[in-house]
Design a protein around this ligand. Structure first.
Ligand code: PLP
Length: 342
């Protein structure tokens, strides 16, 4: 297969056009069979609930070319299940798991030449999206939904590579509330975080670290990623909270941490605990792990990466997970699934 003519090693984490996306529409339980389209835009009813009332959710997952040439997707069934949860929470018709897998496989196959070559550090980012496309004026769920999967080849999330980032504990804004929608992937959560994120950046930080909205005592997550710390006693500790997105990367690292001899713990993490960690990281599909170099909390600051180098545990966890994704080591967990040409 001849690859697209792209500067693979220097690709940024941005939108790069591919040949096809796939679209499904359904109303009253009747769905379309999925249409591959090369159109980059979409006609949307001006009264669609997705535009007015935030009836919208999405997913993000990655496809890799492995060492042996296989094209694989990472933990796709977990993303399919999370999309169902997101749809249900905002009363949208859920996309069945089999349809999700079918849609991703079809659109990846239609764009195989955009799967970045093994060893370039790039991957094919897959973005499934569901929104209420039916018109409503009153606040109620749509009677028509659209499910789209688009793909785009991406380079590393951070241009600087696997380098520590600097977080600031958010003291003014909340991202999500308990019993709200913080535990699902709806667009409104990201809109809610943009002001805080831009403020942090303009103050010289990379991202914010949110505390729980109720007590303002416990760590929730960073803007677009989960958070973990490694204690001096060798515990991989990550927050348990009703208002954070259950990260599939974090779930995988939790397993790998246990296998590496760390003790994995998911529990409420008090903000004062940051002063006792030897390492900390943010994790998610986009960057896998972003080592945390420092956290500023009010007038205090804790520094983990003194010489701007990631710690040994973050590095080992990152290497383990990316080696599984790229087929450099055997996937003993059944996390990668090949997408064979049709
Ligand atoms: C708010 C938030 N938390 C955590 C994550 C990490 O989740 P995952 O590892 O499934 O990509 C993401 C990214 O999807 C996110 O947007």
């Amino acid at each position: 297969m001849t690859k697209a003519n792209l500067d693979w090693p220097n690709l940024d984490f941005g939108y790069h056009e591919t040949d096809f996306n796939i679209r499904y529409t359904w109303s009253n339980g009747q769905g379309s069979s999925g249409e591959l389209s090369s159109d980059q835009s979409l006609p949307v009813h001006i009264a669609a609930t997705g535009l007015h009332y935030g009836q919208q959710c999405f997913e993000g997952l990655k496809v890799f070319e492995q060492k042996n040439g296989d094209v694989v997707v990472f933990r796709i069934e977990e993303n399919a299940k999370r999309l169902i949860k997101s749809c249900e929470k905002i009363h949208m018709a859920p996309v069945p798991e089999e349809l999700f897998v079918e849609a991703v496989s079809k659109v990846v196959n239609a764009n195989r030449k955009f799967v970045p070559p093994y060893g370039t550090g790039a991957s094919l980012y897959v973005r499934p999206l569901v929104f209420g496309s039916g018109a409503q004026v009153g606040v109620k769920p749509a009677d028509e939904y659209t499910f789209i999967v688009l793909v785009t080849p991406v380079g590393p999330y951070f241009k600087t590579g696997f380098k520590p980032v600097h977080l600031v504990v958010e003291d003014e804004y909340d991202r999500a509330a308990p019993c709200g929608v913080g535990d699902v992937k709806v667009g409104g959560n990201y809109a809610a975080g943009m002001r805080a994120s831009m403020r942090a950046k303009s103050n010289g930080f990379t991202e914010v670290l949110y505390l729980d909205a109720k007590e303002k005592q416990y760590i929730d997550e960073s803007g677009p990623a989960n958070f973990f710390g490694i204690t001096e006693g060798g515990v991989y500790v990550t927050p348990q909270s009703e208002s954070i997105l259950p990260s599939i990367t974090n779930k995988s690292l939790f397993t790998l941490a246990g296998e590496m001899g760390l003790k994995p713990e998911r529990r409420q993490v008090h903000i004062e605990e940051i002063f006792g960690f030897q390492e900390a990281g943010c994790c998610g599909t986009a960057a896998v792990i972003t080592p945390v170099g420092s956290i500023t909390f009010g007038e205090r600051k804790v520094v983990y990466a003194k010489d701007d180098k990631p710690g040994k545990y973050c590095t080992e966890l990152y290497n383990q997970l990316t080696d599984i994704q790229l087929g450099n080591i055997r996937d003993t967990h059944g996390w990668v699934k090949a997408i064979r040409p049709e």
